[in-house]
Design a protein around this ligand. Structure first.
Ligand SMILES: Nc1ncnc2c1ncn2[C@@H]1O[C@H](COP(=O)(O)OP(=O)(O)OP(=O)(O)O)[C@@H](O)[C@H]1O
Length: 608
């Protein structure tokens, strides 16, 4: 059987955020289910009365022998009415449920999307984005299966079964009741024996679907490298392999479902045979009328069919839950805010205590300090070890070092996209882990090494960090980033769509959009992480001038490989072995003849 806890948490998740209108529609649908079940339960009783009246009644139902032809017509009419209203109710109910269902899915999609954006970077680095999208589609189809089973199967069928059971007991047919009970027990055993396998195969289908679709999404995102490296064949082969695995999982699921279906049919047939034998015997003994015979067998059919439907519902709900499970796991992953609160509790610090309410704060420069910071990923060798660096308010510093020495990790730490294992990072002496993370990020603008652009217009990409940005503000930011001339020459100007991840633009143009985006944010702290690495010499020099102008009075951290990009910085810090090993301006560091000097000479040689 599906775990009750899993079932309840899946439903709680879906019904979370239901509005009063939805509750009313669900109540109306349930009332209809109740009415439909009762009508279906009493319809055969009307038929029996009609047959007994027409045939002059039986010895067991003597009072009905006096009913007139009017009575026959009355019972016949009541029988048809029960059937037709029951049927009408069945037709109308899905409409009520359907509108509620779509509202619930819309709410679920929104909560899921918001939750994904609230999850920490570590979560996203460990997942495939294609899988995240597909988990939602899969969960919605799982919920469709579950709701359809509950709404169209379980609820009306339960009501009908209870009504019929009550009538059977009141008719005094203990043998039939016992036969029904045995059928129920046999079906439960048959179902529970195969349920574990059904759950396992349904989960395998869910996982295989997600695997195949994430490979598809990943391959399309990487269309260009696949083409450049002629990897079409191996990519398609891998997809074919995943697709075959998915097909095999579905086949196993169908076989398991069919095995359960066959067992249910065998039990159903045996049960009907038993009821026929019991009722034929009762008629031959004169203890049951013809109407009673018809009624008993109709009821047996009506009792066994619901049981059969319940079995199908249990089977479908198990399958649906397996489809919903990946989404539940994701939604149960703690968000950044939850982790922050937990961290505050663990370290006994008071998160949010230092929220900066001062309206002037947005115009003041801040001192950025790293003290004794240690960072190791996945328990490996520390990338940063006892790292200490202070960037005074309004000053600019360049951080240089070999590839992989941990420069970009500094940026992630500063934005709290990852947490240090030891040490502290502070803005104006306030530890950043006591600031609301949204406020912290609003004070810092990063031009990242890996440019992240949306498949949207240039204006929308520049305005990412400032929802209220006017076209003029966007244009000014673009001017300072040396982008306006290029955009103005485009037929659609700032409305030009830049394609998937901005791939319709050159690397340098993409970089300038990222710079304009940072400028528009007007932050207290600028971080340029290889911000001009894709620009040619003259453009780079022009933009570096602009960057220098806009960052006056702002605390600025510039990360660069190419030392020509930072040689005019006020101060340069050299990162090696997880800490700052040299510090000074270009001339001083050259004169020192240390790591910086050898990097500089190495790059000069490479250039020449
Ligand atoms: N999320 C992560 N999980 C595991 N290892 C990571 C993660 N992020 C970075 N690393 C590792 O940490 C080290 C430092 O990475 P980082 O990106 O900070 O280097 P970097 O100095 O900016 O390099 P580059 O100049 O080449 O961009 C690298 O060895 C990298 O492989």
């Amino acid at each position: 059987m599906p775990s009750l806890k899993e079932f309840c948490s899946a439903l709680r998740l879906l019904f979370d955020g239901m509005n009063p209108g939805m509750v009313r529609r669900i109540a109306a649908a349930n009332a209809m289910a109740l009415a439909g079940g009762v009508l279906a339960g009493i319809a055969p009783l009307m038929l029996k009365q009609m047959i007994d009246t027409a045939s002059g009644g039986g010895s067991t139902q003597a009072p009905h022998t006096t009913l007139t032809g009017l009575g026959i017509a009355g019972f016949g009419f009541a029988y048809l009415l029960c059937l037709s209203i029951g049927r009408l109710v069945t037709e109308i109910r899905p409409l009520l449920i359907g509108t509620v269902e779509q509202g619930l899915y819309a709410g679920l999609r929104l909560r899921y999307f918001k939750h994904l954006l609230d999850l920490p970077l570590s979560f996203h680095l460990a997942r495939r984005s294609g899988a995240l999208g597909h988990s939602l589609l899969q969960a919605v189809s799982g919920y469709q299966i579950i709701l359809s089973s509950l709404v169209n199967g379980v609820v009306p069928v339960m009501v009908e079964s209870v009504t019929v059971a009550l009538v059977l007991v009141s008719l005094g047919l203990p043998a039939m009741t016992a036969s029904f009970a045995m059928t129920a027990v046999a079906l439960s055993i048959a179902i529970s024996l195969r349920m574990a396998r059904l759950r396992a195969t349904a989960r395998a289908v869910s996982q295989a679907t997600i695997d195949a679709h994430s490979h598809l999404a990943d391959s399309l995102i990487n269309y260009e490298p696949i083409k450049c490296f002629g990897a079409e064949r191996s990519t398609v082969d891998r997809f074919a392999q995943l697709s075959r695995a998915l097909e095999a999982c579905w086949m196993r699921l169908h076989r398991t479902r069919t095995a359960i279906g066959v067992a249910v049919t065998v039990i159903f047939t045996l049960s009907l045979a038993t009821s026929l034998a019991i009722s034929v015997h009762a008629v031959s003994q004169g203890t049951l009328t013809v109407g009673g015979f018809v009624l008993a067998n109709l009821y047996m059919l009506q009792m066994v069919r619901p049981l059969e439907m319940l079995c199908s519902a249990v089977r479908d709900v198990s399958q649906g839950l397996a489809f919903v499970r990946p989404l539940i796991e994701i939604l149960q992953t703690p968000t950044e805010a939850m982790q922050e609160r937990q961290h505050a509790v663990d370290t006994d610090s008071r998160y949010g205590d230092h929220a900066i309410d001062d309206p002037e704060a947005g115009r003041r420069a801040v001192t950025v300090s790293f003290r004794g910071v240690r960072l190791a990923f996945d328990g490996g060798r520390p990338v940063l070890n006892d790292f200490t660096l202070e960037v005074p308010a309004g000053r600019s510093i360049a951080v240089v070092g070999a590839s992989g020495c941990g420069k970009s990790s500094l940026v992630r730490l500063l934005l709290r996209l990852c947490e240090p294992d030891a040490g502290s990072i502070a803005l104006n002496g306030i530890p950043i882990n006591t600031l609301p993370v949204a406020q912290l990020r609003s004070m810092i603008a990063v031009v990242p090494q890996d440019l992240a652009l949306f498949n949207n217009s240039i204006a929308a990409n520049i305005g990412l960090g400032l929802e209220s940005a006017t076209p003029l503000q966007i244009e000014n930011a673009a001017r300072l980033a040396g982008l306006h001339g290029f955009v103005a020459a485009l037929p659609c100007g700032y409305n030009t769509a830049i394609g998937e991840r901005g791939l319709k633009l050159s690397g340098g143009e993409r970089q300038r959009i990222a710079i304009a985006r940072a400028i528009l944010k007007d932050p207290l702290v600028y971080v340029f992480d290889e911000a001009t690495s894709m620009l040619d010499g003259p453009t780079e020099r022009a933009i570096l001038q602009n960057i220098k102008a806009i960052s006056v009075g702002r605390t600025t951290i510039t990360i660069a490989h190419r030392l020509t990009a930072i040689q005019h910085a006020d101060e340069i810090a050299v990162l090696a072995e997880g800490r700052i090993v040299e510090r000074g301006d270009h001339a001083r560091l050259l004169a020192r003849g240390g790591i910086y000097a050898s990097m500089w000479h190495g790059q000069q040689t490479t250039c020449c």
